[in-house]
Design a protein around this ligand. Structure first.
Ligand SMILES: Cc1cc2nc3c(=O)[nH]c(=O)nc-3n(C[C@H](O)[C@H](O)[C@H](O)COP(=O)(O)OP(=O)(O)OC[C@H]3O[C@@H](n4cnc5c(N)ncnc54)[C@H](O)[C@@H]3O)c2cc1C
Length: 594
C-alpha cells in the first residue's frame, strides 16, 4: 500500500500499516524530515493530566466541540480525546524527549481554548521532535521511502483506488505506483493565500487529488487564520508566532497600550475567562483557581479582535497589534533567561528575521492563514474516504475540528488518526486483490502534466497566476467575507482557470520550478473554488468562517456540514450533509463541562 505525505500523519500511518504486515511505500514532495509538521511549535494536546489532575478525555472532548462550535464530527472528537494520551506516551516510548515536570513527567502547557494545561511540548520545537521520532521509528520498520516525488493523479479501478502517478522532482521522470490501498496525508492549503504560515508544500494536493478521483470534501469554508503571524519586515510576513507566547504570559496591546482582548469576551467563554489581568497572569503560571486570560480565547475570535483594532485605527505602524512577553519582567526574576528557555525559536526568529529582542521589546503581529479545518470526508473510525481503498489523515482530512481547530489538536490528530488510517488501510489491502491499472488514465495524466512545456514561453507565467490567485483569495475569501466579494472571487477563479490552461514553461524537466508551480496550480484552483463555494453556502458566521452579511451564528446551520464533489459534467456540486445526532452520553459530557 501507499502513503502520500511524510508529515506526522503520513509517518504515523505508514508505521502502523507496516506493523499490520503490509509492504508500505511512502511518498513525499520534500526530503524526509522536512514536511510541514517539522514547523509545529507549541505542542501536542492530550489529556494526560500531568499538570492539572482535573483534566480528562471528557474535558478535552468538550473543549474541542466548543472550539469547533458543534459542527465537528463528534465521534472523531471523542476518539481523538480518548486516544491522544496513549499516542503521546507511545511517542515518548519511541524516543521523544518532552519537557518535564519537576517530578519527571511530561510537562504540559496552556493553550487557547483548552481548559487545563494540556500541551505536551519540547520548548517551541515540538514538531521537530515528533518528526524525528516518527522518522527514526519508520525507517527502522523498513518503509520504502521515495523523497522529492510529487503525485499528480490517483488511479481508480471500477470506483476503487488503484495507485498513484507522479514525477520525481529532481529528474522530472514519471513513475507509477500500484497499490491496494492509499492513505492521503498531504497537509494543508495555506498557499492558496498571500499571507500564510504554511510551507511551500501546502498547495492542497491531497484535497484536489481526492476530489478529482471522485471523493467528497467537507467543511472547506472553515479556514483558520491564526491571530499572530509576523508582519514586519515584508519578506517574513505570515511566519507564525506561536500561541505558546500567550500561553507563557504574553499579552496583546493596541497602539494606545490597551489590552483590548478584555473588551470582547464571547458569552459561551465568559465563565471560563479571567475578568482582570492579575487573574489571567496567575492562570499562565499554573494557579488552578484562576481562569484563562482573554488572549487565550479561540483563534478565530482573537484574529477578529486584532482586525477590529487595526480597522478602527488602533493598529501598529505596519498594520498589526503588539504582542508583548517582555512585560513579565515585572513579575519574575531572570525574565529574559526564562523567555529564551521557554520560547527559544521565537527568540531566534525575531532576532534573526526582524532584528528585535523579544525579551525587551514587544513584537508586531497580525493574522496569517494557518490551517484548513476542511478536507477529505472520512469515516470516523477507519478514516476511509467515500472512495473504497482511499484513506485520509491529518490536515487533509476533515471532521474532528468543526468550524475551528484548537491549538495542539493537530499534532494529536496526526497521531490518533494517522494510526487509525494506517491500521485500516492495511486491513483493506490484506482483504482485497490487486486492482487493475488503466493505461488510459496514466496516459492522460502524463499528457496533462507535460502540456506546460508544449505551451512554452509565449504563454502565461505560472508564478504570476499563482500570485494573482493568492492575492484574490486573501482579499475576497479571507478573514471577513461577504456574498458579493465571494461571487466576484468565483468569477475571478474562472478567469484564473483559463489562464492556468495557457500556463507555459521553458527548459527541461530537471528541478524545473516553473513546471512544478504550473502543476500545483491545478490543485490550488480546486481548493480555492471549494473554499469560496462552501463559504457562499454557509450563510452565517461560525468559527473560522466570518460573514459580515451574516455576522451572527444561526442555530439552524449547526445541523449540517457543507460538502463539495465533482459532478458528472465536471462542475463542482455543493450540498448540505446533515450531522448525525450526538449520543446522550456525549451530550452529557458537554453539559457537565459548560
Ligand atoms: C508554524 C506552524 C506551527 C504549528 N504549530 C502547531 C502546534 O504547536 N501544534 C499543533 O497541533 N499544530 C501546529 N501546527 C499545525 C500542524 O503543524 C499541521 O497541521 C500538521 O503538521 C499537518 O501535518 P500533516 O501530517 O497532515 O501534513 P504535513 O506535515 O503538511 O505533511 C504533508 C506531507 O505531504 C507531502 N505532499 C504534499 N503533497 C504531495 C504530493 N502531491 N505528492 C507527494 N507528497 C505530497 C509533503 O511533502 C509532506 O511530506 C502548526 C503549523 C504551523 C504552520
Amino acid at each position: 500500500m501507499l502513503v502520500i505525505g511524510a508529515g506526522g500523519a503520513g509517518l504515523r500511518a505508514a508505521i502502523e500499516a507496516s506493523a499490520g504486515g503490509v509492504k508500505v511505500g511512502l511518498l513525499c514532495k520534500s526530503l524526509l524530515g522536512k514536511a510541514h509538521t517539522v514547523m509545529a511549535e507549541g505542542g501536542v494536546a492530550a489529556a494526560l493530566a500531568n499538570v492539572d489532575d482535573r483534566d480528562s478525555w471528557r474535558v478535552h472532548f468538550a473543549d474541542t466541540m466548543r472550539g469547533g462550535q458543534y459542527v465537528n464530527n463528534w465521534r472523531m472528537a471523542e476518539l481523538h480525546a480518548r486516544e491522544a494520551p496513549d499516542r503521546v506516551r507511545e511517542l515518548e516510548a519511541w524516543g521523544a524527549l518532552f519537557d518535564r515536570t519537576a517530578d519527571g513527567r511530561i510537562l504540559q502547557r496552556n493553550f487557547g481554548g483548552h481548559k487545563y494545561p494540556r500541551l505536551a511540548h519540547v520548548g517551541d520545537r515540538t514538531g521537530l521532535e515528533m518528526i524525528r521520532t516518527l522518522q527514526d521509528h519508520g525507517i527502522h520498520r523498513g518503509l520504502d521511502v521515495h523523497m522529492e516525488f510529487t503525485v499528480v493523479a490517483l488511479l481508480v479501478d471500477g470506483g476503487r483506488v488503484a495507485g498513484a502517478f507522479g514525477y520525481e522532482r529532481e529528474r522530472g521522470r514519471f513513475k507509477l505506483f500500484r497499490a491496494k490501498a492509499v492513505v492521503l496525508a498531504t497537509g494543508g492549503i495555506g498557499r492558496a493565500y498571500r499571507i500564510t504560515s504554511n510551507s511551500w508544500e501546502g498547495t492542497g494536493d491531497g484535497h484536489a487529488l481526492a476530489y478529482r478521483a471522485g471523493a467528497e470534501l467537507i467543511d472547506m469554508e472553515f479556514v483558520q487564520f491564526h491571530p499572530t503571524g509576523m508582519i514586519w519586515p515584508p519578506s517574513v510576513q505570515g511566519i507564525l508566532v506561536t500561541e505558546g507566547v500567550r500561553g507563557e504570559g504574553g499579552v496583546l496591546r493596541n497602539s494606545q497600550g490597551r489590552r483590548f482582548m478584555f473588551d470582547d469576551i464571547p458569552e459561551n467563554y465568559r465563565s471560563q475567562t479571567a475578568d482582570n489581568p492579575e487573574e489571567g497572569w496567575r492562570y499562565t503560571q499554573g494557579d488552578k483557581n484562576a481562569r484563562r486570560p482573554p488572549e487565550l480565547l479561540t483563534r478565530d475570535h482573537v484574529a477578529r479582535c486584532i482586525m477590529r483594532e487595526v480597522k478602527e485605527g488602533r493598529g501598529t505602524p505596519h498594520g498589526g497589534v503588539y504582542l508583548d512577553i517582555s512585560w513579565i519582567k515585572e513579575k519574575i526574576q531572570n525574565a529574559p533567561e526564562h523567555i529564551r528557555k521557554k520560547l527559544p525559536s521565537m527568540y531566534h526568529q525575531f532576532k534573526e528575521l526582524a532584528n528585535l529582542d523579544i525579551t525587551t521589546t514587544p513584537m508586531e503581529v497580525g493574522p496569517t492563514t494557518h490551517y484548513v479545518m476542511g478536507g477529505v470526508k472520512v469515516d470516523s473510525d477507519t478514516q476511509m474516504s467515500t472512495i473504497p481503498g482511499l484513506f485520509a489523515a491529518g490536515e487533509c482530512a476533515a471532521g474532528i475540528n468543526g468550524a475551528n481547530r484548537l491549538g495542539g489538536n493537530s499534532l494529536s490528530d496526526l497521531l490518533v488518526f494517522g494510526k487509525r488510517a494506517g491500521e485500516h488501510a492495511a486491513i483493506f489491502a490484506r482483504q482485497h486483490s490487486a486492482p487493475a491499472i488503466d493505461e488510459g488514465q496514466v496516459g492522460a495524466a502524463a499528457k496533462h502534466a507535460l502540456e506546460p512545456f508544449e505551451r512554452g514561453n509565449a504563454a502565461e507565467n505560472p508564478f504570476k497566476i499563482q500570485q494573482d490567485l493568492q492575492a484574490m483569495m486573501q482579499d475576497l475569501v479571507g478573514i471577513v467575507r461577504d456574498e458579493r466579494e465571494m461571487q466576484q472571487a468565483l468569477t475571478g477563479l474562472q478567469a484564473l482557470d483559463s489562464r492556468a490552461a495557457r500556463a507555459g514553461v521553458t527548459g527541461h524537466r530537471e528541478y524545473n520550478g516553473g513546471w512544478h508551480t504550473a502543476l500545483d496550480l491545478d490543485n490550488l484552483l480546486i481548493v480555492s473554488e471549494a473554499v469560496a463555494r462552501s463559504a457562499i453556502e454557509r450563510k452565517e458566521s461560525r468559527g473560522g468562517h466570518f460573514r459580515q452579511d451574516f455576522p451572527e451564528r444561526d442555530p439552524a446551520c449547526a445541523t449540517f456540514n457543507i460538502s463539495v464533489r465533482r459532478s458528472a459534467d465536471g462542475s463542482m456540486a455543493v450540498s448540505r450533509v446533515p450531522i448525525p445526532p450526538m449520543p446522550e452520553e456525549l451530550k452529557q459530557v458537554i453539559e457537565e463541562n459548560k
